[in-house]
Design a protein around this ligand. Structure first.
Ligand SMILES: [Zn+2]
Length: 349
């Protein structure tokens, strides 16, 4: 590299760094997944806290899950940035081996289709990642080594309480919370029933507790909160082909997120891609989800593009269009646990 161009390049880099210091801070993201929360539930039940988030953030009530409209294929799609055609989970089940009906098109160090938790762990090993899930089956969809904590709690109220206490203590960069009370009630009394709407109102209160906690912690303006669901329902079921089952709410608030209805199409697998974009980590090639870029302020996306352009230039390591991770089985020399991220984390602690 010529000296003059190196100086020019570096000066541009540091100018961009200084201007965008707020963007470069490690983001914090809380995803609240309300199992079985239908679009109709959001619009007809008492949901002041969801509407508060919609007023502050970007939202669509026409996001789509995947077929079949069962829990496992849809949670898997949300966290893997891909559909059942790629991750292979096409049915519900307690054990992953029972859920997988197609081989995954790519696999990570644990032999699983890479989730957003694993992608963040691999590319940002020091990240603190936490998962609290009301439905025990959720754990089967996630690599065991990717999160720092993955904990099943019984009941949405308890799950909320434990997750909030954990966030206050540890401030994880990425926390995923799964609440199951709405789906339970839908199966017992029917989607749209009085009891179902009461459960939606309860869930609205739970996610309101996260919002209140962030406000009390002074983190409301610096933390992304994404509220969505895996599927809706019809009658006392879900799993078939109807808009009531496949349409889901998708609501995002956080730094640089512009309030308003999202005009672009949003699919559940875009959630993982959007989280990867927020953390500025590269999605694996086998993902099909796209970050919902249109919700972010143009200045923020422009700064990101500038930063990437500079890093891709003469100043830094090359990023490739295929991502910087080679997804495959552990190689000789990896940590004894068999997971490369463990070795990386040990090196940082
Ligand atoms: Zn479900």
């Amino acid at each position: 590299m010529k000296f003059a161009s190196a100086v020019l390049c570096l000066s541009g880099f540091f100018a961009a760094w200084g201007q965008q210091a707020d963007v470069r801070q490690t983001p914090h993201v809380i995803i609240i997944g309300v199992d079985g929360l239908s679009v109709e539930g959001v619009t007809t039940a008492k949901t002041p806290r969801i509407h508060e988030l919609m007023a502050r953030g970007a939202w669509t009530l026409e996001a789509r899950g995947v077929m079949p409209t069962l829990s496992s294929p849809n949670w898997a799609s949300m966290i893997t940035g891909a559909g059942p055609e790629q991750h292979g989970i096409t049915s519900n089940g307690v054990l992953l081996q029972k859920m997988v009906t197609l081989p995954a098109v790519c696999r990570d160090a644990e032999g699983m289709f890479p989730t957003m938790f694993e992608v963040l762990r691999m590319q940002s090993p020091a990240s603190h990642i936490a998962i609290f899930h009301d439905w025990p089956g959720f754990a089967d969809l996630v690599e065991k080594h990717a999160p720092d904590v993955m904990q099943h709690e019984r009941g949405a109220d308890r799950t909320t309480r434990v997750a909030i206490d954990y966030w206050k203590q540890k401030r994880p960069e990425l926390m995923f919370v799964h609440l199951d009370n709405v789906d339970h009630t839908g199966h017992e009394y029917g989607w749209g029933s009085h009891e179902y709407n009461k459960a939606v109102a309860d869930a609205d209160g739970y996610l309101g507790e996260f919002v209140d906690m962030l406000r009390e912690q002074g983190a409301q303006d610096s933390t992304y909160v994404l509220v969505t669901s895996d599927h809706g329902g019809k009658g006392r079921e879900h799993g078939k082909n109807s808009l009531q089952e496949i349409q889901i709410p998708w609501i995002l608030v956080g730094p640089g997120v512009m309030p308003g209805r999202v005009a672009a199409s949003v699919y559940t697998f875009d959630t993982a891609a959007t989280v990867a974009w927020i953390f500025d980590v590269n999605p694996p090639d086998c993902w099909i989800g796209r970050p919902v870029i249109s919700v972010f302020a143009p200045a923020m996306t422009a700064a990101r593009n500038l930063e990437r352009h500079i890093v891709q230039g003469n100043c830094g390591p090359q990023r490739t269009s295929t991502g910087i991770i080679a997804w495959g089985l552990p190689q000789n020399g990896d940590d004894a646990s068999g997971h490369p991220a463990d070795a990386a984390r040990k090196g940082q602690n």
